[in-house]
Design a protein around this ligand. Structure first.
Ligand code: BGC
Length: 753
């Protein structure tokens, strides 16, 4: 039995036993002493709701019949966190994650231990625990690979459970309205249908391990600057067809246990007390059965929030603790609303399985983590430019100059609550600011220990491969001048709490690459960025690989892609603009007065961000304005070459079926992401086109495949504000198919009635 099947077998065994184990534990708790139990195993206490054959809702009903008011109230808010004044004594039981809600042992209800997990289980180092640093979520989205997204989520779910967590705080799906948003790397890009489907698979992967998943941040937390009091102003149709559509797809398809309401106000009302968002849209229109959890300190009221649909306040109970109890006593919040909150929480606990399958901590499977992280990066990196210099012919290479971005020791990661601690700490030596200056500490970029230099050397053992840090341009130029190939690594660090000042690469990096390209005609750039950057040197270099934040096996994956051991197959899930002037807002909107400190939970009078571009996010904006991007949405090269032919589209019973043929017209195997867009009739008032489907097609040299896609009705519909619902707009449509949003050689008209 190899290590992996052993691991799987243990997990299966764990699952079979688990709900009995819980019942035993509950028995101990109820008997008040474990003493007798140690001598003679107690009979497992089986509660009326222990029967997994009952429906989750029925089980929740049964628990609630036995609950006191105090017990109910204890479930609807967090207990605080270490160091937070007013935290509850129960916090001693916390597993040390971002959030903790004590369970009720007498009723067999487990503690809720929550950990951030956007790109892997976050911030585990201070507990001395290992977690896999995955490539960024935007990287994953750029794979357009839903099975891979499930594996990404499944790895996160498995490691959360191994590390003792039963609730995940990940699932970020805020649309990339502004590429300078400091959390762009945590989210799934600019298209709601791609983002919604990808995040849905991640959530399914997480919940397959009986860990409660979430989507966040609901809604329109699309920039970090002034996030606690920004007021997102946008029309109903525009938001339903853009940001909210990504959430709708995730909620309807993946049934996440939680939706996290966001910091900003939406159309004048804080998200966590926004009845339109929480009640009308999420719970009524989408039928969401889970619970609404507030972002940390995003709740600002008791009665308003409770009546609007907030079900759990985090991280503590400043509004949903004693004040909620008083509001219920005074009749300002009906008991039925509290019962609904509790029922949603309990029902979800049963539905996802955290009661029947309590977490049993064990050591994460590091090697499985490595394999998944590498696979994700190899399918996510996007080859943006190749004049023919790539793939590097290993056998013919005698010298390479590797330059910049600590490529000798590591690869960059994104910061904030999504920060995954690399084992052994930062790959570079940094003087850490004192522990008292948390913000300064958070700002330090972490380089995951995966050395591109070492991985490159492994491909060309015969060659001389040198490394220059890039801090002195003259030294880098000297190294590049004498080398056959120069590979320049460029980076841009992003983190939660702040936005990027511009799209420019920081420091001397633009000058560095320009100088290197001047002396070496075979200069290749590898980008380690959270999102798009400007590339004033784009014409001067021969190859560009966007590697994103590439995760714990980033070095190996990048080398495999450069040498063609793996064919690049990622496609941009976000538009790369030429300059900020092309964006809806030339710069990030700032509140009046001094800039608020990142993470400071300070409230000020709201300031408006007018999302007047509406549903025209990303490529839709560029299409509508006839702007030519630097690299369009959906773009990415392969070492193979593909041709498209024979598009056919037909509508039967409201459902659109699209088929076409993709052929590999090159002499090497490769994978193509084929993209399907829909052009609406002009009167529909839609953006020029909408992505409605895609397929990842792996093709041997010379092979071809007929692809058939059945498109969901929702993706053909427009949101009708009067009717508060989706509907089809009759008229003539154009189905368009090809390799990117700006290269759609096949077109086919269809009529919708
Ligand atoms: C972030 C959330 C995160 C939470 C808990 C907040 O500051 O916005 O994404 O889950 O903290 O760490």
């Amino acid at each position: 039995m190899n290590a992996f099947s052993f691991h799987d077998a243990r997990r299966a065994h764990k699952r079979r036993l688990s709900w009995r184990v819980l019942a035993v534990l509950a028995g101990l708790a109820m008997s008040g002493t474990g003493q007798a139990g140690l001598l003679q195993p107690p009979k497992p206490v089986v509660f009326p709701w222990s029967n997994p054959a009952l429906r989750p809702g029925q089980r929740a009903d049964l628990v609630m019949q036995r609950m006191s008011l105090a017990q109910k109230l204890s479930l609807v808010h967090g207990a605080g966190f270490l160091g937070l004044p007013g935290s509850e004594p129960s916090l001693v039981r916390s597993n040390g994650g971002a959030g903790f809600v004590p369970g009720i042992a007498q009723l067999g209800l487990p503690d809720l231990n929550m950990s951030d997990s956007a790109v892997g289980v976050a911030n585990t180092a201070d507990k001395g625990r290992y977690a896999t640093a995955l490539p960024s979520a935007l990287a994953l989205a750029s794979s357009w690979d839903e099975r891979l997204a499930f594996q990404y989520g499944s790895l996160i779910g498995a490691e959360l459970a191994d590390l003792g967590f039963n609730v995940s705080l990940g699932g970020g799906v805020n649309l990339a309205r502004d590429p300078r948003d400091g959390r762009t790397f945590e989210f799934m890009g600019e298209d709601p249908i791609l983002a919604g489907n990808m995040v849905a698979r991640v959530i399914e992967g997480i919940q397959s391990h009986h860990v409660i998943g979430d989507v966040k941040h609901f809604a329109l937390n699309d920039q970090e600057t002034g996030r606690m009091f920004a007021n997102a102003v946008i029309g109903i149709r525009a938001m339903r067809e853009s940001d909210l559509l990504a959430f709708e797809i995730a909620v309807r398809q993946a049934h996440p246990g939680m939706v996290m309401c966001a910091y900003p106000l939406v159309n004048g009302v804080y998200s966590c007390q926004n009845r339109y968002l929480l009640h009308t849209v999420l719970k009524k229109d989408w039928g969401f059965k889970g619970w609404v959890i507030s972002d940390w300190f995003a709740d600002h009221s008791t009665v308003r929030a409770a009546l609007a649909g907030l079900d759990m306040e985090m991280p503590d109970g400043r509004y949903f603790g004693a004040p909620l109890q008083r509001a219920i006593a005074a009749g300002r919040v009906p008991m039925a609303r509290l019962n609904d909150m509790v029922h949603r929480i309990l029902r979800t606990e049963f539905a996802v399985g955290i009661v029947d399958h309590p977490v049993v901590p064990e050591v994460p499977d590091i090697f499985k983590g490595f394999r998944v992280a590498q696979r994700v990066e190899e399918r996510s990196a996007v080859l943006l430019k190749n004049t023919g210099v790539l793939p590097l012919a290993a056998a013919k290479i005698t010298s390479i100059a590797v330059i910049g971005s600590h490529a000798d020791v590591g690869v960059l990661s994104g910061g904030g609550s999504a920060q995954v601690d690399a084992p052994g700490g930062n790959a570079i030596d940094v003087k850490m600011p004192p522990a008292s200056d948390l913000l300064a500490r958070l700002r330090i970029p972490v380089w995951d220990p995966s050395s591109p230099l070492r991985a490159i050397r492994r491909h060309v053992p015969q060659a001389q491969v040198t490394y220059e840090s890039g801090s002195r341009i003259a030294a880098a130029v000297a190294a590049a001048r004498t080398a056959q190939v120069a590979i320049v690594f460029l980076h841009q660090h992003m983190m939660e709490g702040t936005d990027l000042p511009s799209l420019q690469l920081p420091g001397n990096q633009n000058a560095l690459v320009a100088a290197v390209a001047r002396v070496n005609p075979r200069t290749i750039v590898v980008l380690e960025t959270g999102g798009p950057v400007a590339m004033p040197w784009v014409k001067r270099v021969q190859g560009i690989l966007e590697a994103w934040y590439p995760g714990i096996r980033g070095g190996q994956a990048i080398a495999n892609l450069l040498f063609g051991t793996v064919d690049p197959s990622g496609k941009l899930a976000i538009t790369f603009p030429r300059s900020s002037a092309q964006l809806p807002r030339a710069s990030i909107v700032r509140p009046p007065g001094p800039m608020p400190k990142p993470f400071a939970p300070v409230l000020r009078p709201p300031f408006a961000i007018h999302y007047y571009e509406g549903q025209d996010v990303g490529y839709k904006w560029f299409d509508a304005r006839h702007e030519r991007p630097l690299f369009p949405f959906g773009f990415g090269l392969s070492y193979a070459k593909f041709a498209y032919a024979d598009l056919h589209a037909a509508v039967h019973a409201g459902r659109l079926t699209v088929s076409f043929t993709v052929r590999n017209r090159s002499g090497r195997a490769g994978t193509e992401v084929a993209e399907v867009y829909l052009g609406f009739p002009a009167r529909a008032g839609e953006p020029p086109k909408r992505l409605i489907g895609w397929a990842r097609v792996r093709l041997a040299a010379g092979a071809s495949r007929r692809v058939t896609l059945r498109i969901r009705r929702l993706y053909l519909s427009i949101f009708d504000v009067q009717r508060n619902g989706w509907r089809e707009f009759p008229g003539r449509y154009t189905v368009q198919v090809g390799p990117s949003s700006r290269d759609l050689p096949l077109k086919f008209p269809v009529q919708l009635r």
